[in-house]
Design a protein around this ligand. Structure first.
Ligand code: ADP
Length: 429
């Protein structure tokens, strides 16, 4: 009986063991399968990694052999990557001299604001092209031009700036030489025109003046000798008057020639005039390292004006602002031009700068003829601007605040009741 129980026990134990072994074998099989899957996946990953590495290597080779400077920058200006051409451009001997440092270390102080503004644009998602002056790590001054685009991550967020920069110093120099030549030509042309006019004027005036002197001398001689009755004086004195009138006529002619023609009034879109001024002062703005921003009111009523004259006023204000900021070497050089409608019948134009402002002891004189604080100034710009604005029925004023000057002038808007007839309204007076 006892041996039966023992046998039964042994049989049960054998069955349990067999079941455990089968379970273990099954587990081992699953484990192998899982291992195989992991190995397959690793192989796949390795393939992807190899392809990525290959691509990166290819890209690196292209970038490193690129003759222009290619660089990646973070939003705060930290240089993340730069190719050998870039290292040469900033006079860096090793990558560590510039990688990890701020790009502003090689941007000239007066260009940092412009550079920052362009970085901001790129990190806001725009592409940008900008010129700036660079002081290299060895202290050389060079002109650079950068074409920058934003680099985005998988979520579409901009994480770096990709910039291609080239040295445009030679080009700038040639441009500068060309401009100097042009300015010199213009100066010589103006001088020779004035010279010609003065010679012509002297020649023309010489005749009536000589005739006046002759007649007057004749009269004196005959009066002295006593053989001249008062009635005899009438004829020569009439000649004197005639010749003097002739001289007056010549002078009037010259004045008409020199004076600007009468205003040509039309219905003018002031925003368009402002844009025009910005366009043709663009080059000067760049030269004076100034950022010009426009804040133009949309749906502005048109103004009744001579667009060329108004253009001249805005141009004078913009140039004065640039000169004031450059003269005091202002680090932040910004001009904001605003157009603001005031009710139905007035439009105000504001030119705001970040220059030194105007000394309160002279602020009341800036519109006076020949008032200037510049060594080469003439002091006519603001005086002419004021007469133009006033001849248009507007007013102009200057304000100084800490951190700059503001010039404001008003023009008359075309009344709403006449706007339908604007085209009929635009004639040349
Ligand atoms: P000019 O350009 O010959 O100096 P203007 O009549 O245009 O003549 O200007 C007169 C003076 O007004 C300038 O010399 C300068 O002192 C002052 N001025 C004009 N605009 C500004 C400005 N934006 N900021 C500071 N001063 C200014």
């Amino acid at each position: 009986m006892e041996s039966d129980v023992m046998w039964l026990g042994l049989i049960a134990l054998g069955g349990g063991l067999a079941a455990a072994l089968i379970g273990l074998a099954y587990l081992l099989l699953r484990l192998r399968e899982a291992e195989q899957r992991v190995r397959d996946r690793e192989a796949d990953h390795q393939g992807v990694l190899d392809r990525l590495q290959e691509n990166e290597y290819r890209l690196r080779t292209i970038i490193e052999s690129e003759p222009e400077c290619v660089k990646l920058q973070a939003a705060d200006g930290t240089v993340l990557e730069i190719n050998p051409a870039g290292l040469r451009l900033v006079d860096a001997e090793r990558a560590e001299d510039i990688i990890g440092r701020k790009i502003y270390e090689v941007v000239a102080p007066e260009y940092k604001a412009i550079y920052r503004e362009n970085m901001r644009r790129v990190f806001a998602g725009e592409a940008a092209v900008y010129e700036f002056k660079s002081i290299t790590l060895r202290g050389r001054t060079r002109w650079m031009e950068t074409h920058a685009v934003p680099l985005r991550d998988a979520r579409g967020e901009v994480y770096a700036l990709l910039g291609i920069t080239r040295d445009i110093t030679e080009h700038k120099w040639a441009e500068e030489q060309g401009r100097r030549h042009q300015t010199e030509l213009a100066r010589v042309a103006r001088l020779s025109t004035m010279g010609e006019m003065a010679t012509g004027l002297a020649h023309e005036l010489n005749q009536p003046l000589a005739a006046i002197a002759n007649f007057a001398r004749g009269c004196i001689r005959r009066l002295r000798s006593g053989d001249m009755a008062p009635a005899d004086m009438i004829e020569p004195l009439e000649e004197v008057c005639e010749q003097a009138e002739r001289a007056g006529e010549i002078m009037r002619h010259v004045r008409d020639f020199v004076r600007k023609s009468e205003p040509r009034m039309t219905a003018v879109d002031i925003n368009q005039v402002v844009r025009g001024v910005v366009k043709f002062t663009e080059h000067e703005a760049r030269q004076h390292e100034t950022i010009v921003t426009l804040q133009l009111a949309p749906q502005q009523p048109r103004v009744w004006a001579d667009s060329i004259m108004v253009e001249q006023v805005i141009c004078n204000l913009v140039r004065n602002a640039m000169e004031a900021m450059a003269e005091r070497h202002s680090l932040r050089r910004e001009i904001v031009i605003r157009t603001v409608p005031h009710g139905e019948d007035t439009v105000e134009i504001e030119v705001v700068d970040t220059g030194p402002g105007i000394d309160e002891t002279v602020i009341d004189q800036v519109f006076d003829q020949f008032f200037t604080t510049k060594t080469e100034g003439v002091g006519m710009g603001l005086s002419i601007s004021r007469s133009i604005v006033e001849s248009h029925g507007g007013s102009i004023r200057a304000e100084s605040r800490t951190g700059g000057a503001t010039f404001r002038f008003t023009l008359q808007a075309i009344p709403a009741s006449l706007r339908k007839d604007e085209r009929r309204y635009s004639f040349h007076s």
